[in-house]
Design a protein around this ligand. Structure first.
Ligand SMILES: *Cc1c(COP(=O)(O)O)cnc(C)c1O
Length: 469
């Protein structure tokens, strides 16, 4: 073994080439999994040197890589990586700290404490809330709802951590009809079940209707868990959190959770903050770092107002593991864990309040620009473009065919969805490096590909049928 340097040099060289190619390389290339497997080979009997492994690995990997961190990837809600956050992530890997308990890495624990406090300030959340750095909004939702389960059942005289759910008082779960699938997944894993959750009607943008929530609550005895949302994955719309909190204000047996994976970052923008007004009245919040804050995977924050509930729900205890206040794993699902808060700290420090606001505003402005250009090109913009999401119906073509043509073309990448039972395209702007020119070029290319497809028969694979009606 030659120490760390030679292998890291290969990684650095590859990273430099990859990152430099992001603005120009085809964004998403359809790759053949079998060809990728073949290049990776079989388990060798004997080892080989790190440099050769890194060279072979990067060469084998590259044909299957998508430029999702680049400026013209508009699929899902996918941030890129700020240079400072990527570099901080390398520091995390190089230092190999276990941020389970503070004694294993006081540095990591304190950086996470500071990053968490800064995030609370920026997002306008209660300053004394507990923050756990999770792997994504999925696990942040689970962490938050585990705290909710603890608190709601403790108030009803039930120790769920000790007794489990069999025989426990019933908790009624209400969530918007447009809630994210990961909230439903969290409910499944926490024993609430997915089928019993009451779906509260939403408006045409996917926002929960407070009056409908009020009506649903009338029939319901406590305890009640309400899952609201900031940033609907199709429309970007935020539930009226002030109105929802007002409906719940009269009862003390409720817990309000906000899945704000990307939308909660609107709180950092003076011009979009109103969209999440009332967020601070909730009890818990999940927000991603790897989406709009543009830190590398995997990064999210689970925030809980009631610190004791979070720690009771999540901390592992063992004679050799006396968890204290500062120990990160008392607020996360993981035990051994990388200090995910370090790249978050780096991003927040590099951007400052103004920089995060600018990142949010720029993406929203570019989404509005894309919407205008699509509309001028005869594409129907289905949503009110209030945030960074643009939802599109394309008369005359199957959107699955169009998305496939866009992927093969390589200029940009967009995904499909189904909105109110009609297939649609989803165009999300969430990368710091996306420019107006990137947006214009991408929209023009999508429109040109649409023109080529119009009138062509729907492909056998695109079974969804025509998108317009
Ligand atoms: C992306 C997203 C999630 C899931 O986040 P992950 O980071 O992928 O786990 C949850 N809720 C909403 C609204 C999202 O946009």
């Amino acid at each position: 073994m030659d120490g760390y340097g030679p292998a890291l040099d290969v990684a650095r060289g590859f990273a430099d080439r990859w990152l430099a190619s992001l603005p120009t390389r085809p964004v998403g290339v359809p790759a053949d999994p079998e060809a990728l497997r073949e290049r990776l080979g079989d388990l060798p009997d004997d080892g080989s040197d790190a440099v050769g492994v890194l060279e072979d690995l990067t060469a084998a990997l590259e044909p299957g890589l998508v430029a999702s961190g680049g400026p013209r990837y508009f699929g899902f809600v996918t941030g890129g990586s700020l240079p400072v956050a990527l570099a901080a992530d390398w520091v995390v890997s190089a230092t190999d700290q276990d941020a389970a308990v503070a004694v294993m890495s006081p540095g990591a624990a304190v950086v996470e404490e500071v990053a968490g406090r800064w995030a609370l300030e920026l997002l306008g959340l209660p300053r004394d809330a507990a923050v756990g750095f999770a792997t994504g909004a999925q696990t942040a939702n689970i962490a938050c709802l585990a705290a909710a389960r603890h608190a709601l059942l403790a108030a009803a005289g039930w120790d769920v951590e000790a007794e489990g759910l069999a025989g426990a008082p019933a908790v009624t779960v209400l969530l918007g009809a447009g809630a994210h699938a990961t909230v439903v997944q969290a409910l499944k894993l926490l024993g609430f079940g997915s089928r019993h959750a009451v779906r509260v009607p939403v408006d045409g943008q996917g926002r929960m209707r407070p009056a409908a929530l009020g009506a649903a609550l009338e029939a319901v005895p406590g305890p009640v868990l309400v899952c609201a949302q900031a940033g609907q994955v199709n429309t970007g719309a935020c539930d009226p959190l002030d109105g929802i909190a007002a409906v719940l204000a009269g009862r003390d047996d409720t817990w309000l959770h906000v899945d704000g994976a990307f939308g909660l970052w609107a709180a950092a923008s003076t011009t979009r903050r109103h969209l999440v007004a009332g967020a601070d009245r909730a009890d818990s919040w999940a927000v991603d770092g790897h989406k709009w804050l543009n830190v590398p995977y995997d990064s999210a924050l689970a925030v809980v107002r009631d610190r004791a509930a979070m720690v009771r729900a999540l901390s592992v205890s063992s004679p050799y593991l006396p968890l204290g206040e500062l120990d990160p794993s008392a607020r996360t699902l993981e035990n051994s864990r990388r200090p995910r808060g370090v790249p978050v700290y780096a991003a927040l420090r590099a951007l400052g309040r103004a920089g995060v606001a600018d990142l949010v505003d720029r993406c929203c402005d570019l989404a509005a620009r894309a919407a205008d250009r699509f509309a001028a090109g005869g594409v129907e913009v289905v949503n009110d473009v209030v945030l960074n999401q643009v939802l599109l119906r394309v008369p005359g073509v199957d959107v699955a065919d169009l998305a496939r043509a866009v992927a093969v073309d390589g200029t940009c990448w967009v995904g499909t969805t189904v909105w109110e039972e009609v297939p649609a395209l989803r165009f999300s702007v969430s990368n710091w490096s996306t420019s107006a020119e990137d947006v214009d070029r991408s929209v023009d290319r999508i429109l040109a590909l649409r023109d080529q497809l119009v009138g062509q028969p729907v492909s056998a694979r695109g079974a969804a049928g025509p998108a317009s009606r």
